[in-house]
Design a protein around this ligand. Structure first.
Ligand code: CDP
Length: 806
């Protein structure tokens, strides 16, 4: 080292590695309208597809007449199930082991179901032709209520499953029953509940909602008949898995299929599954020999693509008189709609719902989930959630509040008393998970102090007095949540989707001049991967993040990976990135030692270089090492500097958080005002604090929408009542609350850089915080449980039913 050498703190800062709030490199193109989304793709001769969709929730199709549509100038073809049947493509496998109609085969099972696919010269002609297709329907009785679905005389929805008493996840006990999934110890739990001091029992409903990404789903399929290669650009959250599935379904060899996910305008789980539009566009391109585009509109997206949640969760929780929890029992009725198209790892038909013991040391627990068919759209995707974790967190955080009411105890104190202690990690939960690390008491105390919890409770007590004295018509709710997530699916031995193990991957190539390109098996939908994966590498290999290009989403170039959902990017692909970086560094060490004419063990890593131990003035920077890799023959070493890592995580990561929502509620109008929202997150090692804050703001805003108004609602006929953004609540800047973010850092012991996921935590944690605030406002007036979403009407109704309107 000499006087010109900057100290290593300065050199580390220049890398913009771990911990740097590096500005998002993606934003230059996004903010200048230079993004490249599926609908931006325009190809010579490209045709456009549009669907004829069912107006009925359950009906037999007597006939389809497409003569008038075909006669419209500019219409190329109208596909129906009869056209796809010879190719065996009129049904397709779902991710959950079920099958789903691509185009209605004999009958329709939900409103908005795909009946026929019109292909035309442009989008407008296709839409006009859709109106000309005549479908003769015979209406059938509709099942909307999941509890009515299993009545002995309930209509048979899935005639294709007639006589099948065994499904993908075990026995089926009724023609509308899909599976029963049991976890934990039933007998032991019932015994504890039977002899407990206190048992609180409640039905907690997490209503049906929808991820509603700003960009809807779509694709452009292009079959090149000359070289036999099919290319599909699409809104895919898991491009490699789509390629494999497309190959298996179509019989086209996998090397002849190229799947590209370009920029994606939000996914949130909506873009994990395979939709009929993809299959129809591919078939249409193969038949016509030209590219075919299909992009759904907003109403189609809300009505027909994957919904989220819809879990009826019956719970019982037991405790000693002084508030020590002794057992948890839960039965879920899961409304899966017309087809089981949930996107869960194969062995987990209810996802990771068995994390429902939450942050608490509950000695014994039992869980059973029953999936049923109804006349609603299929889906059951993880809407910014790691496979039903959101439902689980809402369930346990409501049950804790209900228990606190029963015990007459403060809910913050009840939580503190039952948290898993720091010294209990790694912690084995009663429902089978091994939590990697956590320090819940520290986070909780920090959160309560930050919001002055005691002061808030005093203010609330005064408010109740004032309300009773007629001095105010506003109540104050304090919504508490301590959530534990489980993200980063997952160890391959436990987690696969359609038999594909859930590892992930990273490939790195260092260029001779010391910059690099890295490619991953994940795909960003706006999370800033190009920014943050480069930061992980910068810290690992000493090349500035600004000199590293990150590429994802093209199956012809990226290494195989299972994609991005369930906050798995950082826990799995982030780990692969660090491990690939370490391979680069190991080779760089050998090159540096050769150049410095010392033994490999006599050099040590120093931020962006290897230096001779004890002689720091003798060093080789990564830039010099990179050049040497390409221009020197080094004995025993291949030229070049590249590495690839396929990472199979040993466990999942368990981020956690403590959220507090302070809400004012107007008893007479049902309106609410979020006075304060405090979110403390612990995602282990923080890669980019600014991006984490953005993730918290975005996820909490989605949580706010879900808790306070957003839903996919059906009437008794199975009509979707919330199929437009006039009815489906999407918050704008006007409604969005102000957030205060905070953190603690409890690294994951098994992740190479100690990072846990964070993208989904704010959705998981904020929904119970908002909902608990509503409940808490009415606790003093006798409310134990009411259902989300807490829109103005429902809040007003609660106040009314509690007799608060005089
Ligand atoms: O899988 P997905 O990208 O949706 O979720 P994630 O792994 O939780 O990451 C979301 C974003 O937050 C990414 O840009 C991550 O790099 C960033 N992040 C971070 O900066 N530090 C963490 N400990 C976790 C995520």
């Amino acid at each position: 080292m000499n006087e010109m050498t900057p100290p290593n703190t300065e050199r580390a800062a220049a890398l913009k590695g771990l911990g740097s709030s590096r500005k998002r490199v993606e934003d230059a193109r996004f903010t200048q309208g230079k993004g490249n989304y599926v609908d931006d793709i325009k190809m010579p001769g490209m045709l456009f597809g549009d669907f004829v969709r069912s107006p009925y929730a359950h009906a037999r199709i007597r006939s389809i007449n497409s003569d008038k549509a075909k006669a419209l100038p500019g219409v190329i073809a109208v596909l129906t199930a009869a056209d796809l049947a010879p190719l065996n493509l009129h049904w397709m496998p779902t991710l959950a082991g079920d099958v789903q109609m691509v185009l209605a085969d004999d009958k329709v099972l939900f409103q908005g179901q795909e009946v026929a696919f019109v292909v035309a010269e442009n989008r407008y002609i296709a839409a006009d032709a859709v109106e000309l297709v005549e479908v003769d329907y015979e209406e059938l009785p509709v099942v909307v209520d999941p509890f009515a679905a299993e009545a002995p005389d309930a209509p048979v929805l899935r005639e294709d499953l007639a006589g099948k008493t065994e499904g993908a996840h075990g026995p089926r006990r009724h023609h509308n029953h899909i599976f029963t999934w049991e976890q934990g110890d039933r007998d032991a739990t019932e015994k504890v509940l039977g002899s407990a001091d206190v048992v609180a029992e409640e039905m907690v409903y997490y209503h049906r909602t929808h991820p509603c990404p700003l960009e809807t789903c779509g694709c452009v399929a292009s079959m090149d008949k000359v070289n036999g290669k099919l290319t599909v650009w699409g809104t895919f959250q898991a491009p490699h898995a789509v390629r494999t599935v497309a190959s298996l379904i179509s019989g086209i060899a996998e090397h002849n299929i190229r799947i590209v996910s370009p920029d994606i305008g939000g996914g949130f789980g909506n873009k994990v599954g395979v939709y009929p539009g993809y299959i129809c566009a591919i078939v249409a391109s193969i038949v016509t020999g030209v590219p075919v585009k299909w992009v759904e509109d907003r109403m189609e997206n809300l009505m027909a693509t994957a919904f989220a949640r819809d879990y009826w969760m019956k719970g019982k929780i037991s405790a000693t008189k002084d508030g020590r929890i002794t057992g948890l029992w839960c039965h879920v009725t899961a409304d899966h709609g017309a087809f089981d198209a949930c996107a869960d790892p194969t062995k987990f038909p209810a996802g990771f719902f068995n994390i429902c013991t939450g942050s608490y040391d509950i000695p014994v627990a039992y869980l059973a989930v029953d999936g049923v068919y109804t006349n609603k759209a299929p889906g059951g995707v993880a809407y910014r959630c790691s496979f039903r974790v959101t439902e689980a967190a809402y369930f346990i955080e409501r049950m804790i509040e209900v228990l606190a009411i029963k015990l007459g105890m403060d809910a913050a104190e009840l939580r503190r008393k039952n948290f898993i202690r720091k010294d209990q990690f790694p912690y084995h939960s009663a429902l089978g998970w091994k939590y990697d690390s956590g320090d819940y008491h520290t986070a909780w105390d920090k959160a309560l102090k930050a919001v002055d919890y005691e002061g808030l409770r005093r203010e609330q007590a005064q408010r109740i007095e004032d309300f009773k004295a007629g001095k105010t018509r506003k109540l104050l709710g304090i919504g508490l949540t301590h959530f534990t997530e489980i993200v980063g699916a997952g160890p391959v031995k436990n987690c696969d989707i359609l038999g594909l193990g859930m590892f992930d991957s990273c490939e790195i190539r260092i260029h001779p001049t010391g910059s690099a390109i890295t490619r991953l098996g994940t795909i960003s939908q706006g999370q800033g991967h190009a920014t943050t994966f480069a930061q992980i590498l910068a810290s690992e290999i000493g090349i500035p993040a600004d000199d590293i290009t990150v590429e994802e989403g093209d199956t012809d170039t990226a290494p195989y990976g299972l994609g991005t959902y369930g906050s798995r990017s950082t826990p799995v692909a982030g780990a692969a990135t660090a491990m690939a970086g370490r391979k680069i560094r190991a080779k760089a060490q050998m090159i540096a030692a050769y150049l410095l004419e010392v033994h490999d063990d006599d050099v040590e890593w120093d931020v962006d270089r290897f230096a001779v131990k004890g002689a720091p003035e003798r060093f080789k920077t990564m830039k010099e090492i990179a050049f040497a890799a390409y221009n020197q023959a080094i004995p025993g070493l291949e030229p070049g500097l590249e590495a690839v890592s396929y990472y199979d995580p040993p466990n999942m990561t368990y981020p956690f958080g403590a959220y507090v929502c302070v809400m004012e509620i107007d008893v007479d109008t049902g309106e609410h005002e979020i006075r304060q929202f405090y979110a403390l997150d612990d995602c282990g090692t923080r890669i980019n604090p600014m991006i984490i804050e953005g993730q918290i703001h975005g996820g909490a805003t989605e949580g706010y929408a879900i808790a306070m108004g957003q839903e996919i609602a059906y009437d008794d006929m199975g009509n979707v009542k919330t199929g437009t953004l006039m009815d489906f609540f999407l918050p704008t800047a006007w409604e969005t609350p102000h957030y205060t973010t905070d953190f603690t850092v409890t690294p994951s012991p098994h992740h190479p850089i100690g990072a846990k996921g964070v993208g989904e935590s704010p959705n998981v944690g904020s929904v119970p915080a908002f909902s608990n605030a509503v409940h808490d406002a009415f606790r003093a007036f006798g409310l134990t449980q009411t259902h989300m979403p807490h829109d103005h009407w429902r809040i007003w109704k609660t106040a009314h039913e509690l007799g608060l309107h005089g």
